[in-house]
Design a protein. Structure first.
Length: 551
């Protein structure tokens, strides 16, 4: 009976297939090309090539000679993407990964041949981690880092690569795009309780003299990034022999209590505590802090082996910030530190147009308003959608400092942010524990515009990153965009005022700090636009090497 059922199903599928005639080749398009290694010129087999656009989505793999073919493609506008293990994914026509590339238009009966996609190979950083005597150290995590722009300034951020040392102290970090990196070794620290910490002991931590321990170390043996040596990695390069000798330094203990923690057996909420560094060049950059568990009966905690520096103790409840305490570790243990849990509050808000506005009120519906923490890792950010009249409510807002974010409105710019009736000039607001607050976001419809072209030498620079840094220093006036395939860009709906305009050959998605802007001043152009005004600028592309030198 089963065999008969399967046979009948196959017959039905055959009938359906026969009822769908093959497309007429004269109404379809053909495309072929090859994928090669941009460094060696060798063909890449088994690369995955995807064609997606208005006519549908297609996918093929390259053969042994790197060739690929798309047959019977519906007419339309497409983007072409190739990817391969150990290579950066690249869009056709893009000069580097992450750029949109060139659109391909296909018409009925067209044959487009000999396209070429040059994939950029990843690089590798390898070496050993040794102690002060030159002996290998096992199980040490390695993190590859770069300078980035976040939290209103320059910060070290993980670049995506990581590894741990093996039994010989050796490591190998792979799949790294070409770039300028800093290599960090961070010996593991265990913030766990010992019998001396058990209930009934007089002190959670025995007051000992400062201990020495192997500390987080930048390549080759530096306490922080300012004293480290950057690793310049070319496409496809293996930077070997990047050995790190761990530093032995004095380390300290932070011990204290989180006030307001309810015993779990009494229905209390789970609370965790993290220690987040606040120094931009710290050996444990922002977002790479340590977490300690709280003793459930009284909320006490401890962190062992802490390097000197500035830190934030951040208590989290239900994945939201519930308490914070700033501490500075100098030349002694910190005993009796107190962190108090605060109740979350609520924010009532409204989005409106300057002077009452003339825009159809329906555009105010469904805007996304959110608060991003300034001093802690963004998690479960308070957010809400606006109602028909532009009103919104943010619930469970923890006591913290936030940057205000709102969905953009076509043909307008965010003019004013008011927190509890007071103007926030930098877009940062601070929520106290419990209670309520008000947030008003006022948009203006009399906007300005800046157009421009970017050149690399005498040629257009397609895909260049364009930065518009406002003279007002208001981060919500900052704009980032990419030049099109002709090196042209248009920044619409910007706030009237002055802007420093830069074109860079690297990914800088946040507003650069004053130090970098000063260093790049000779490459920048300043433009001023009035209400409803327009300005045109001509830019020269700033090579990534110049930006690296400035940092």
């Amino acid at each position: 009976m089963m065999l008969r059922t399967v046979t009948l199903m196959l017959a039905c599928h055959a009938v359906l297939a026969q009822g769908q005639p093959a497309p007429d080749p004269s109404t379809q398009a053909h495309m072929d090309g090859r994928v090669i290694n941009s460094v060696t010129g060798e063909p890449l087999r088994k690369a995955e090539i995807q064609l997606h656009g208005s006519g549908g989505e297609y996918s093929v793999a390259s053969d042994g000679s790197g060739q690929f073919t798309f047959e019977l493609v519906a007419p339309g506008s497409y983007s072409l993407t190739a990817q391969h293990q150990n290579f950066s994914t690249l869009n056709y026509g893009a000069t580097r990964p992450g750029l949109p590339g060139t659109r391909i238009s296909l018409s009925a009966g067209q044959k487009l041949s000999s396209l070429e996609i040059k994939l950029i190979p990843f690089g590798v950083i390898s070496g050993k981690v040794v102690d002060q005597d030159g002996d290998p150290v096992t199980g040490v995590p390695l993190t590859v880092m770069q300078w980035g722009f976040t939290r209103g300034g320059r910060q070290l951020v993980p670049a995506g690569g990581g590894a741990s040392t093996n039994d010989r102290g050796e490591f190998r970090v792979y799949n790294l795009p070409a770039g300028r990196y800093f290599l960090l070794a961070r010996p593991l620290r265990m913030d766990v309780y010992t019998p001396a910490d058990a209930p009934g002991s007089k002190n959670i931590v025995r007051r000992e003299s400062p201990r020495e321990n192997y500390s987080a170390t930048f390549y080759p043996s530096a306490p922080d990034v300012t004293a480290s040596a950057p690793i310049i990695l070319a496409a496809g390069q293996e930077a070997s022999g990047r050995d790190i000798q761990l530093r032995k330094t004095r380390v300290y203990t932070i011990q204290g209590r989180v006030n307001g923690v309810q015993p779990r057996n009494g229905g209390g909420t789970r609370v965790s505590l993290s220690l987040q560094p606040q120094d931009a060049s710290s050996s444990a950059p922002f977002g790479m802090g340590r977490t300690a568990s709280l003793r459930p009966d009284d909320g006490t905690f401890l962190f062992r082996g802490v390097d000197p520096g500035r830190y934030s103790l951040i208590a989290m409840s239900n994945n939201r910030v519930a308490g914070r305490q700033e501490v500075v570790v100098g030349d002694s243990d910190l005993i009796g530190v107190s962190v108090t849990l605060l109740e979350p509050g609520s924010v009532k808000g409204k989005v409106s147009f300057s002077g009452g506005g003339t825009t159809n009120a329906s555009v105010l519906k469904g805007l996304r308003v959110s608060l991003t923490p300034v001093d802690s890792v963004p998690m479960n950010m308070p957010n809400a959608n606006t109602a028909d009249d532009g009103t919104f409510t943010l619930d469970e807002v923890p006591a913290d400092r936030f940057k205000v974010n709102c969905s953009p409105l076509d043909g307008s710019y965010l003019k004013t942010i008011r927190w509890n009736g007071q103007v926030s000039s930098d877009g940062v607001v601070e929520m106290g524990g419990g209670g309520s607050a008000t947030l008003e976001l006022e948009f203006a419809t009399t906007t300005a515009q800046i157009d421009g072209d970017v050149k690399m030498g005498d040629d257009p620079a397609p895909g260049a990153s364009i930065l518009l840094i406002p003279a007002s220093h208001r981060e919500y006036d900052f704009r980032f965009m990419m030049a099109d395939q002709n090196g042209h860009f248009t920044a619409k709906s910007i706030a009237p005022g002055g802007y420093t305009v830069l074109a860079v050959d690297t990914a800088i998605y946040g507003m650069p700090d004053a130090a970098l802007l000063k260093a790049l001043e000779k490459f920048s152009t300043f433009a001023t636009v009035d209400q409803a005004g327009e300005a045109t600028v001509s830019l020269k592309l700033i090579p990534e090497a110049e930006i690296e030198a400035a940092q």
